[in-house]
Design a protein around this ligand. Sequence first.
Ligand code: UGA
Length: 453
Amino acid sequence: MFTRRVAVVGTGYVGLTTGACLASLGHQVVCADIDTAKVERLRRGVVDILEPGLSELVAEQVTAGRLSFVVGASSAVSGFADGGDGSGQAEVVFLCLPTPMGVGGVADLRAVEAVVEETRELLAPGTVVVNKSTVPVGTAARTAELLDRADVAVVSNPEFLREGSAVHDFLNPDRIVVGCDTAEAAERVAALYARLGAPTVLTDASSSELMKYAANCFLAMKLSYVNAMAELCERVGADIGDVTEAIGYDRRIGQAFLSPGPGWGGSCLPKDTHALLQVADAADFEFRLLRATIDTNTRQRQRIVDKVRQAVTGRRTGSLTRVRLGLLGLTFKAGTDDLRDSPALAIAALLRQAGADLVGYDPALVGDPSNPDKPARTEVDGVPLVADPLEAAQGAEAVVVLTEWPVFRTLDWTAMAGVMKQPIVVDTRNLLDSATLRRAGLTGIGLGRRDTG
Ligand code: UGA
């Protein structure tokens, strides 16, 4: 099997997963970050990200001598041991950099631009620069312009990994997409993944950049549709679980990504839906479906607040002033400690604005006693955190489940009921078994559920 010398710039979720996984496929990988302390930690085998299998894979690949960490993009680009062919240079350079939402919903490309500026003179002729971050359409072309090197190709190769299953998703992809106007460069990048045997779409850079948004926005649309359908279920007395199960058997729809919830969040879907709207606006295209997808999601948060209000006070307009609520789960989904654009935090902010007195518990935020780099969080966005769900329930007029952590299913709900002021659980993830709650003397209120409202 052939191997390549690969530099990966940026060691966030995408970069670190890409680096470790490409090393596990046999490539020689040097990962770079500008954060010296982070590089130090990675060299010691400390992975800050809560991602199943990632720290083990990093340790394994470092020990195997295929993966190393350096400070700064330029050190990565020329950080390879000379293999005897006169070259200690990377053959492929992955850019895995943050592209936060900037002014007016436009992705902020300053990190990409800075790295291009730093490395442009250092790249060996024939190097392929690969953009793996989700970037606006035209970024590959813009990167090529900034590089201004006819002998260096720029390729778009979006990633599709989900937080919480990043390593699994990388190594078991539904597809590999490589976009470039130079066939040789596209094939070189596609060949890096050859061992994975995934369907591969070779296309132009703009189509590749656009398809990443198209995928994430489609997923967001699917969820907004389900959340709207759950509301309709409540109004007509139907059950969203049965409805989604039934429609999911249609292979054109599929069972995945059909769970109603407090709204979609995280570092990708909100950013990408706004960015695509921006792309559409710039192209003078009124993308109403996408706008409705976003509006439905924003409205979902208020809908949850109204549900809590109704449950606690018996009235849709009842006051939440000084009403004590226990929040279970604050991360944007289970299986991660990521709080970025978490719907739970947006809902907490609305509840606080309404005067409620909140206490939160999240299993990912209680710290790791064996790891001094992972202390317990005591507060997030003004919500005090406790280390035990029972403490969050203490004196609460309702417990609100906001993240679908499986451990919530098996809590001692009888003990929870025993310390609450009112026996109410608002389950925004339809996670809990209604019979279990009933046995514990609790009234469960879900989304669009026949048995719990
Ligand atoms: C998402 C995509 O799923 C990945 O394919 C993509 O690569 C990634 O963005 C990215 O662009 O980097 P991620 O942000 O990790 O991945 O999270 P998802 O698992 O997609 O969840 C997004 C949101 O939808 C979460 O708030 C989650 O709780 C919510 N969700 C998901 C539901 O409410 N119901 C569901 O059935 C599924």
